[in-house]
Design a protein around this ligand. Structure first.
Ligand code: URP
Ligand code: ZN
Ligand code: ZN
Length: 468
């Protein structure tokens, strides 16, 4: 049966106009005013609503063994949370640790997702060590359709890699045309600062930020950019949180380094005072890089609007309050992560678009179109165009509500944005033409999501200044 989305205001990264969208099967068949539909279509009245391309979260953790525990969500709960909030595709980090086999890890993550996700998904493959087997394993993974890597400059001896390993990973990425995403913090300095603070009896969550100050992130960002420069690889900084790191990224781009920048939902809306709350209240807000001094927040918004920050992800990573309490005696034992997959679109719309900080087209670009372009999903995803997958968000800008863990799909006993007002919410969300959400409720088919296989981007001339 055809689906006709009628009379909405279609908003993409470039355009805004009133019209209908006709969906046949899984794809968009026609776009325009007063479209003729085949007999007896299902009709969604989008009068007074905005129609966006399905949103893409480029950075989530669902299955994640980390810090002696596991993140709380399953692919079923996380994908339904994503959809309720207007996200129709997520890209999950496959994170085997250094002592695990990369290919086995990749298979594990795929098996966890397959048949369980209600929306489409792709993976970034973490490279957590480099040995004789790594190159051929990564070639197999890329050939299987996972054409982006992840590296951690932090989390020494667990996910973290050495500079030598980073060099080899980036050389391979450059030769394959694969984008490498990177968590940029100096692992050695974090370890030393943690040790110094704990030795001084500074054990509470308020000491997490001082153990990974802004310059620790700036150094990691600069080092990653320098290695991109040396190898000609294409990079993407994940969860950039502060002005000194942003400066390093922008300077690298000015030198011609192929580098994209992502910041994540918590860093736009929460500052370090949340993590300074006593006890478990502060522990809820421990993530890395940490929540920062409030002076950073307006600069991140400006940089996002200007396109210096390309994309907005979530770094969705739910640990419940019981798990957070594992760090009651030492902040270094608090599992790092804040959930956000369900609330990114509504919060960025409310505090960005509705508050005049973010142009509506840049909003669509940063949360949908640009992630699709950078990670090889465009124009199948991230677009409202004839032939694109019919992933659509019919958005009600008149909705008013308040976020609360009491009515969330995310599997967790708290919401880091508890009590935040939202001004707008998806009224209808489709995945490949199937209605999965109505008025904030999941009403669809739980396991319909598919893995999106991507091909590497065409290899470009290396722009490295120091290329050998
Ligand atoms: O604190 C965070 N960000 N947790 C998830 C792991 C990571 O570093 O992305
Ligand atoms: Zn990270
Ligand atoms: Zn992450």
């Amino acid at each position: 049966m055809a689906l006709l989305i009628k009379g909405g205001e279609i908003v993409t990264a470039e355009q805004r106009f009133r019209g209908d969208v006709l969906v046949e099967g899984e794809t968009i068949r026609a776009i325009g005013p007063n479209l003729e539909a085949p007999p007896e279509p299902e009709i969604v009245d989008a009068t007074g609503k905005l129609v966006f391309p399905g949103f893409i979260d480029p950075h989530v953790h669902i299955h994640l063994p980390f810090m002696a525990t596991f993140a709380k969500d399953t692919h079923a709960t996380a994908s339904q949370a994503a959809l309720a909030g207007g996200t129709t595709t997520f890209i999950e980090m496959v994170c085997p640790n250094r002592s695990e086999d990369a290919l086995q890890g990749y298979r594990t993550w795929k098996e966890k997702a397959e048949g369980n996700s209600a929306c489409d998904y792709a993976f970034h493959m973490a490279v957590t060590r480099w040995d004789a087997a790594t190159e051929s394993q990564l070639r197999q993974i890329v050939a299987d359709g996972t054409s982006s890597f992840k590296i951690f400059l932090s989390y020494k001896n667990f996910f973290g890699i050495t500079d030598e390993e980073m060099y080899h990973a980036l050389k391979l990425a450059a030769s394959l045309g694969v984008v490498t995403t990177a968590h940029c913090e100096n692992a050695e300095l974090v370890g030393q600062l943690q040790h110094r603070l704990l030795a001084a009896g500074k054990t509470g969550p308020e000491w997490h930020e001082p153990s990974r100050p802004e310059w620790v992130e700036a150094e990691g960002t600069h080092r990653f950019a320098t290695f991109l420069e040396a190898t000609g690889a294409h990079g993407y900084v994940v969860h950039l949180s502060c002005v000194p790191a942003l400066r390093m990224a922008v300077e690298a781009r000015l030198r011609g380094v192929r580098l994209h920048v992502e910041s994540v939902l918590p860093h736009f809306l929460l500052d370090k005072t949340f993590a300074e709350r006593p006890g478990v209240e502060g522990m809820k807000y421990i993530m890395s890089p940490p929540l920062r001094h409030e002076r950073n927040l307006p600069v991140l918004w400006t940089a996002l609007q200007a396109g210096m920050i390309d994309t907005v992800g979530t770094d969705h990573c739910p640990f419940d309050t019981g798990q957070k309490r594992m760090g009651a005696k030492a902040f270094t034992q608090i599992p790092n992560g804040i959930p956000g997959i369900e609330d990114r679109v509504n919060l960025m719309y409310t505090y960005g678009v509705q508050r005049g900080r973010l142009d509506i087209h840049r909003f669509v670009d940063a949360l949908s179109t640009r992630p699709a372009r950078i990670f090889g999903l465009y124009p199948r995803k991230g677009a409202i165009a004839v032939g694109s997958d019919a992933d659509l968000v019919v958005y009600d800008p008149a909705y008013r509500g308040t976020l609360s863990a009491a009515h969330q799909y995310t599997s967790n006993d708290y919401n880091g944005f508890e009590g935040f007002a939202i001004e707008g919410r998806p009224a209808v969300v489709t995945v490949r033409g199937k209605i999965q959400v109505r008025d904030g409720k999941f009403v669809g088919e739980p396991g319909m999501g598919r893995m999106l296989r991507r091909t590497p981007l065409p290899a470009e001339e290396p722009e490295a200044v120091y290329a050998h």
